[in-house]
Design a protein around this ligand. Sequence first.
Ligand code: GLN
Length: 194
Amino acid sequence: MKIGVLALQGAFIEHSKMLTCLGAVAVEVRLPHQLAGLDGLIIPGGESTTIGKLASAYGLIDPLRQFAAAKPTWGTCAGMIFLAKDIGRQQPILGAMDITVDRNAFGRQIDSFETGLTIAELGDPPFHAVFIRAPVVTAVEAPVAVLARLDDGRIVAVRQGHLLATAFHPELTDDLRLHSYFCSIVKCTQQSQP
Ligand code: GLN
C-alpha cells in the first residue's frame, strides 16, 4: 500500500514514520506528478494558509481535488481545514468534504491542549488527542459521519466515505490506531475499485 503525505509544510515527517511503522510505503508529495500511483493521501497539520499558498504555487489544487474525489484522503488539523467545503473566509482550499470548519476555534497557540477522546471506531482506551491552535467542525451535511466530539459536544473527527478529517494531531503520539483506521479505509477502497 502506497500512501502519500503532502509535504509542503507542517508535520509530514511524523505521518510518514507512522505509516512506515504500519508497513505502508510513505511517499512525500510536493508536485502533481507525485500523486500518480498512490492509494491514499494524508494532508498534515501545520498552517492551512501556507499549505494553500504553496499548493497553488505548485499547481497542486486541481490535482489534489481530483485525487480526493476518487481516493482515500485524510486531513489532520490544517489538513482538515484544507479539505473543508466552507471555512468562512477566503484562502485556497480543496472543498472536498461537506463540512463547515472554524479555524483557530479554541483561541491562540497558548490555548492549545491535550485530551482523551472517545472514538467508537477505535474502541478502548480513549485516544490521546493533541489540539494545537485547532479547528472544529461547526456543521456537517449528510452523508458525513461524526466520529468524535469533545465533552462539550463540539465535533473534532468526521468521515465522509473515503474522506477522513480530524482536528487534532494523531501523528504526535505513539498511538497508531487512527493511521491503522485510515489504512483500513484505503484497503476497502482498493478492494471495491480493482
Ligand atoms: N491554526 C492552523 C490553521 O488555521 C492549524 C493548526 C494546526 O494544523 N495545528 O491552519
